[in-house]
Design a protein around this ligand. Structure first.
Ligand code: PMP
Length: 412
């Protein structure tokens, strides 16, 4: 059994320490208190995984914390293509993409993504985080205004900061507030950014309304499809397919290769001009090494699988809808979730942690999510359905959640 790496629950007593000692202590003071209370659930060290099951601390758990929405991790064809890339190109990257790092595999992946999401071209970054940070920072700068939903992902927020643009946030999915923000921005250069599916709540951005406002105020829109690729739309093409909207209306289509696509990396798809501009201005792309051959080949193979098996998204939706209806029927509050991210709202952070402990004791792995990751008033268990879960797995999990919910007094 691989031991979990945990920190001691007490601060070291070192008043004469260096600045770095004091800084380290200050950074971790709250988390050490959490560990001392035995409420630290994070970074389990996974030793093995098989489909929906993971093993850590020497025990097997049914995993409800995975983003592998279509259950493609371990897919034979994807593994095979990754192995072929390894045999042909080895493991390394040679350098940054602009100099010696671009392989035929990178361009094949970029063109496959562009085709899949309905764009002229795409740029592949080494993470979704980097895709957001580097793209936002390249597209707006001091004097411009970047406008975003208050629940946007941290990587988008970090892009705002790096850009130096003025930031205006609007209340979650609130069109009237977005319009106020657009008016406030006036004649400045504007970029509006939103997640397509919000990763903590599992709800969907009001794309038709957002686009209409953006077009009226001459503001291009950037959409983060991290949790919608493979999940929304009849064939998994994401939020535009979900709403029946022409993808060309979204100027900057961002997504990750670490969720439905079983690899790591991120992308932006859009016009050829946009991609050329990013390849010569997005610093997180220009100054960081290319993705490795295996990682890129796996992602490309996954896009092929998604194209060849468009029914998978519908199956995931059916299974998720049944599961969510069962939870709601039991009296759980799942907020506005309509996707495989299904939160179970709890009355307090302590109750969410107790629920997680009870579920883990029964072999169902879920994480409690509490303030500051989510608002103080909405602590939760975040459950995530994927296609590795059989209907029996889902029914079993619902029974475990129901039992835990009754024991902590969350449901009757
Ligand atoms: N955007 C959203 C909405 C996300 O949820 C995440 C990851 N959790 C990212 C971007 C970053 O993607 P990656 O993990 O591939 O870096």
């Amino acid at each position: 059994m691989v031991p979990r790496r945990t920190l001691p629950g007490r601060l070291a007593d070192r008043p004469d320490g260096t600045f770095l000692d004091r800084r380290i202590d200050a950074l971790s003071v709250d988390d050490r208190l959490v560990i001392a209370r035995d409420d630290y659930f994070y970074e389990p060290v996974i030793e093995e995984s098989k489909g929906a099951w993971i093993k850590f601390d020497g025990r097997w758990f049914l995993n409800f914390a995975s983003y592998s929405y279509l259950g493609l991790i371990g897919h034979d064809y994807i593994n095979h293509q990754a192995q072929r890339a390894l045999e042909r190109h080895g493991t390394g990257a040679h350098g940054v993409r602009l100099l010696a790092g671009t392989l035929h595999l990178h361009r094949e992946l970029e063109l496959a993504i562009a085709r899949f999401v309905g764009a002229e071209d795409a740029i592949v970054y080494t993470s979704g985080y980097m895709a957001n940070v580097a793209t936002v920072a390249a597209l707006v700068g001091p004097g411009d205004v970047v406008i975003g939903d208050v629940y946007n992902h941290a990587s988008i927020l970090d892009g705002y900061r790096l850009s130096g643009a003025t930031v205006i946030t609007y209340a979650h999915n609130d069109l009237a507030d977005l319009e106020r923000a657009l008016r406030r921005a006036g004649d400045a250069g504007k970029l509006v950014v939103t997640d397509a599916v919000f990763s903590m709540d599992g709800d969907v951005a009001d794309l038709p309304g957002i686009l209409e406002l953006c077009e009226r105020h001459d503001a291009p829109l950037m959409v983060d499809e991290a949790h919608s690729l493979g999940v929304l739309g009849a064939t998994g093409r994401g939020i535009t397919e979900h709403f029946g909207i022409d993808p060309a209306r979204i100027a900057v289509k961002m997504g990750t290769l670490s969720k439905t696509v079983p690899s790591t990396g991120g992308y932006v798809a859009g016009s050829s001009d946009l991609i050329f501009a990013l390849k010569n201005n997005a610093r997180g792309w220009m100054f960081s090494a290319a993705g490795t051959p295996m990682q890129v080949a796996a992602a490309r193979a996954a896009v092929e699988v998604m194209e060849a098996a468009p029914h998978l998204t519908g199956e995931l939706r059916e299974r998720t809808d049944r599961y969510r209806a069962q939870l709601r029927g039991l009296g759980f509050d799942t907020l506005g979730s309509v996707t495989p991210v299904v939160p179970i709202i709890c009355a307090s952070a302590g109750q969410a942690q107790e629920m997680a402990r009870l579920c883990q004791r029964e072999g169902v792995f879920v994480q409690p999510i509490v303030y500051p990751t989510v608002p103080k008033a909405l602590p939760r268990l975040r459950t995530i359905v994927n296609l590795s879960h059989s209907v029996d797995d889902l029914d079993h999990a619902v029974a475990v959640f129901a039992d835990a919910g009754r024991r902590v007094g969350l449901i009757a």
